[in-house]
Design a protein around this ligand. Sequence first.
Ligand code: TYM
Length: 330
Amino acid sequence: MEKMKTVFSGIQPSGNLTIGNYLGAMKNFSKFSEDYNTFYCVVDMHAITVRQVPAELRRRTYETLALYMAAGLDEKKNTLFVQSHVPQHAELGWILDCYTMFGELSRMTQFKDKSAKNAQNINAGLFTYPALMAADILLYQTDIVPVGIDQKQHLELARDVAIRFNQIYGDTFTVPDGYISPDTMKIMSLQEPTAKMSKSDPNPNGVVYILDSKDDIMRKFKRAVTDSGSEIRYSEDKPGVSNLMSIYSAFSGKSMEEIEREFDGKGYGDFKLAVGEACADGLSKIREEFAKLIADKAHLDEVMKCGAEAAFYHARKTMSKVRRKIGFVN
Ligand code: TYM
């Protein structure tokens, strides 16, 4: 019998999660729950590469875990855990730092963007972030990593590092592949449809959060920037409308052609209302589930604890192999 494949992904608890995080990543996570060995991590160690308010980081760590569960990840079928609870992430992160080149890290576009945004705090962790991300993935001998397109460059680096390590020491790490959903790999800001929708966007009108109320969602979609002309058509020269169509399609299950037909002869106003409704409907169940889960801290603590124990078991196995290969005394 073929060995069950492993899936790993992570989300930073560095801000309120957006529908970009949901459609680009989280929504895909549950597809793997049944037939794969799945690890979904709240990557708090990555979050501190940018200054965080400690109480908020702690709160968001719980919230991110609760959102995983509210979005359909059953803690019995998936290993749900917090990165800093499994010390092997830091351990392998350091080791992989020594197999990741300065030049490679210098080319990372996320590093360049974040350095520009945090000019007063360009710390070493921000720079070596992709090596820690490689450690997250390689620790579990991961086959598949579901992410949005913005993580593709980091994922390729993780592959390169795995291949390099395997070449030096013989087969040690599984070389992972990305799973990037083409229709939702990059959800754009509603105010600036050429920029990615992001947790840290200073303009809240451009960002729809998973936990926004229906009123907020409707208001944001009503105000969404569209393009010149009045047609509802998916095309490169219509980034605003195309982004709204992607969101509508993801929440309603309708194809782009169906959407074009549905709004043939209708204006942007009707269209934006429909997108808002579909989004609010799609998120309402998650919001309800989330409210129940977040009210029960003891249960979340228990989930974190069990998840960390399960993750630890696998991480330790990989680490013992790595330590032996590189010549550390056991
Ligand atoms: P993060 O926390 O920025 O985002 C979490 C996930 O959401 C996706 N995403 C989007 N997808 C589509 N449209 C958007 N506008 C959008 N915004 C965010 C991201 O691609 C990501 O999949 N470095 C990672 C966290 C990480 C990780 C890992 C991921 C750490 N270790 C190991 C996978 C495997 C990050 O910053 O994601």
